[in-house]
Design a protein around this ligand. Structure first.
Ligand SMILES: Cc1cc2nc3c(=O)[nH]c(=O)nc-3n(C[C@H](O)[C@H](O)[C@H](O)COP(=O)(O)OP(=O)(O)OC[C@H]3O[C@@H](n4cnc5c(N)ncnc54)[C@H](O)[C@@H]3O)c2cc1C
Length: 352
């Protein structure tokens, strides 16, 4: 006899986890399945959330909606799980040159008003920041591994989680939904939350990724007790006891999770450009960001097979994007709401 659930969720990264919570909150039955390969983007993500991003110090896309949704979502999960994994803490950004400083001056009183503040609180014994920098008081950081692990334990304790690989081709369409014989499960809807997918998917496989590999170092910096995240082209994020994560690179070929000597050299050289203290490399990892097109999320039901749905494309901002769009997708899947046209999977499926 097959187990019956409302929703089968394939993938327990940031996308699948947030969606599972949103469906459970709506009283639906869920089974989350993950192959636990260890190389997923979410397992490597630093969980950084900032209102100003990129070379042009642009305001993060839909910040005014997305950030409050993320804060409310992670705070609720913390209360439910009895753990702490989301911290709101100012982050610092150092200017690389005078041009970047001018760019900041132009934006600070306009688009970024209220989100950034000039600062002189930069320790010159630790950092070389001749052009100064600014603070982002409304920054935050998600301890992604802690959030995913505690969520997984919660789902598992309720019989809503299994370790398994679900090959999309093995999902059989039925008159009432789908059947996956290898799992002995029938569901009304299956949602693929698989991150970067270089394999073949008979339904959503035509969606084009613009995925980007990222590498990260874990370093020990004796004497450095900075507890804010520092951004200066790359970022330096404290994890305690003088240990920091630093990254990340962006490369597009090959798209695999193998750390490279070039990636390590790039991060080390960019770190030395602003860190005055010597450091020791403790670890080096890589993963692929699931970027689709220009980096917008992609979600919704398949146009011909409504029992199949998709949630992907969280790019380099999964911690910020997942809660808002998981809630939008859950609402849609439960017949309560619609998907924004700009993130609707129909758009990605139609793109040549
Ligand atoms: C180096 C690096 C640094 C980053 N830093 C940040 C950051 O600071 N802040 C931020 O917000 N984002 C960051 N990101 C981006 C973030 O990691 C992604 O946005 C996010 O993790 C994507 O989540 P996802 O659930 O869509 O995909 P994934 O994390 O890839 O999760 C997909 C899951 O599906 C599972 N899966 C796939 N196929 C199958 C199958 N057939 N059967 C069963 N399970 C399957 C996988 O095992 C995996 O667990 C970073 C990414 C990288 C690579």
């Amino acid at each position: 006899m097959s187990a019956q659930v409302d929703f089968l969720i394939v993938g327990q990264g940031l996308a699948g986890t947030a969606l599972s919570w949103c469906l459970l909150q709506r009283g639906r039955s869920v089974l989350v399945v993950d192959r636990e390969s260890g190389n997923s983007a979410s397992r490597l993500a630093a969980g950084l959330v900032t209102p100003a991003t990129g070379k042009r110090i642009a305001k993060s896309w839909r910040w005014a909606e997305l950030f409050p949704a993320a804060v409310a979502f992670y705070r609720s999960r913390e209360a439910e799980l009895g753990d702490t994994f989301f911290r709101q803490r100012p982050a610092l950004r150092f200017f690389i040159d005078a041009r970047e400083c001018e760019e900041y001056q132009r934006r600070a009183g306009g688009l970024l008003h209220g989100l950034v503040e000039s600062t002189t609180d930069i320790n010159p014994e630790w950092f070389d920041a001749p052009f100064g920098g600014f603070s982002m008081p409304a920054a935050a950081r998600l301890d992604v591994s802690c959030y995913l692990n505690t969520s997984r334990a919660h789902f598992r304790a309720r019989g809503a989680y299994r370790t398994a690989e679900v090959v999309p081709r093995d999902v059989e369409l039925t008159t009432t939904g789908v059947r996956v014989s290898s799992l002995s499960v029938e569901a009304r809807t299956v949602i693929f939350c698989r991150g970067f997918d270089a394999g073949t998917d008979p339904w959503f496989g035509s969606i084009k990724f613009n995925a980007a590999k990222g590498e990260i170092l874990t370093v020990r910096v004796p004497g450095l007790t900075e507890d804010r995240v520092i951004h200066r082209g790359i970022w330096l994020a404290p994890i305690g006891n003088e240990v920091f994560r630093v990254g990340a690179t962006y490369t597009w070929e090959p798209l695999d999770s193998a750390p490279t000597t070039e990636g390590r050299a790039e991060i080390e050289s960019r770190l030395r450009a602003f860190l005055r203290l010597p450091f020791e490399v403790l670890d080096h990892n890589a993963a692929v960001r699931p970027v689709i097109d220009a980096g917008f999320p992609v979600l919704g039901r398949h146009p011909e097979h409504p029992q199949l749905a998709y949630f992907n494309g969280l790019g380099s901002k999964g911690s910020l994007l997942a809660p808002f769009f998981a809630d939008q997708l859950a609402s849609h899947l439960c017949g309560e709401g619609t998907i924004d046209p700009e993130v609707n999977v129909l758009k990605a499926l139609c793109r040549p």
